[in-house]
Ligand binder design. Sequence first.
Ligand SMILES: [Zn+2]
Ligand SMILES: [Zn+2]
Length: 334
Amino acid sequence: MKAMVLAANAAIETAPLKLADLPEPVPAAGQVRVQVRCCAICRTDLHVIEGDLPPRKLPLVPGHQIVGMVDRLGEGCRRLAVAQRVGVAWLRHTCGRCRFCATGRENLCAEQQFTGYHADGGYAEYAVVPEDFAYLIPAGFADAEAAPLLCAGIVGYRALKRSRVPDGGTLATYGFGSSAHVIMQIALHRGCKVYVVTRDARHQRLAAEMGAAWVGDSAAGLPVAVDSAIVFAPAGELVPQALSKLDKGGTVALAGIHMSPIPQMDYTQSLFYERDVRSVTANTRADGRELLDLAAGIPLRPRTVSYGLDQANQALADHKADRINGTGVLIVSR
Ligand SMILES: [Zn+2]
Ligand SMILES: [Zn+2]
């Protein structure tokens, strides 16, 4: 099969992913094989490729927002059937026994493994996944529309929950990339006003077009103190800024998997009056199912920009430079 393979961590501008011909993977017991239709790209792919996250498997096929068709079942699979359309996301293994798994917090399990990090992912014609970690994709979404829901959507949804924004409340987002533009649609559906802070002119236009109450390039201009904020950009200096624009009792959720250092903060200006900072760590499968149900019901319409599989380096470089409005999706087969 064709795949884009990473041999060693390197900056994306050096085009470290190489097109290769790999043997088709064979599903182990409890796994299904998916014929990949498309795979969305994500900032986490950049962190994996460039080595911000310590390598777990090399060489590696990245990619963890896969939409495809089940084409082969491993021994003992009972839940899924051949020809069903499924999604494969970042989380692919938890222990199922620890105190976190036992209390609905499998996103904190110490034995977690991730697609396109511990195991080969979706920048390829085929991928395998434990069937318990594959999601059925609701009808009504084109393949490329569904792909961004699997990470940008799910992790954004968890960040939205962690931000505790009330129905009809006010929410600021710092950054307006894949996740922000997906979850903004959920926030608007819940009657929230959404304030978008981004320096990128194209992202500003998209946010305004999608119904933002206010768009600007820095927190300083925010016209109100908001109930909640989500910091999507991996920039620690935004944390004290986001806190300073929060109403009393408000919450800032940090959605990234990686962030530059957070500067020193003044307690009274940033935290007093019960303002909270909460991180967001991956997601549970329940988050994924909730998000996909919600996405079908609203319905969410992620904006996507298509690339070929062999354009993965370009797509990721565009993502890194914030040149993509919406989410980049590698189209693997139709
Ligand atoms: Zn566990
Ligand atoms: Zn992701």
